[in-house]
Design a protein around this ligand. Structure first.
Ligand code: HEC
Length: 125
């Protein structure tokens, strides 16, 4: 009696966690890629980034003065919160995340443009 009770608890637990893992996985896979990194914004971001001075310090896949964009993309999941946060850093500058060298601020870039640029960066994983 006792044994079957333990078995019951275990199977309920296993079912519960596998169901949970599945919803978590689909939720994670579907949302960021399609809704946050919209192809239109990514394309605009790519155009904006080539017009700015970003490539003086960043390369798509190799570390230069700043981290490679592909490394930034690997570090931050493509969520709206990360897009907003990184866009603010592009405008205000930042330091201490990737090393001692600080990133210069870009006060002439608007938050909306910076977010498109960040979406492009996060799409380069
Ligand atoms: C003067 C060199 C320089 C220029 C120009 C520059 N960056 Fe950076 N960038 C850096 C450095 C250095 C870091 C790492 C800062 C740190 O460790 O927090 C960085 C970090 C970043 C990060 C990651 C921030 C974080 O907190 O993880 C992003 C995103 C980024 N840069 C985007 C851009 C964009 C977009 C532009 C152009 C508008 C740009 N950078 C221009 C040097 C530069």
């Amino acid at each position: 009696m006792k044994k079957s009770f333990v078995f019951l608890i275990c199977s309920v637990f296993a079912l519960g966690t596998s169901g949970y893992a599945q919803t978590k996985k689909t939720g994670k896979g579907a949302k960021p890629a399609s809704s946050v990194l919209s192809p239109a914004d990514v394309a605009k971001g790519k155009a904006l980034i080539t017009k700015s001075d970003c490539f003086a310090c960043h390369k798509p896949t190799e570390k230069l003065v700043g981290p490679a964009y592909s490394d930034v993309a690997k570090k931050y999941p493509a969520t709206q919160a990360n897009v907003t946060m990184l866009a603010k850093k592009v405008i205000k500058g930042g330091s201490g995340v990737w090393g001692e060298i600080p990133m210069a601020p870009h006060p002439s870039v608007t938050q909306a443009d910076a977010e498109k640029i960040v979406k492009y960066i996060l799409s380069t994983k």
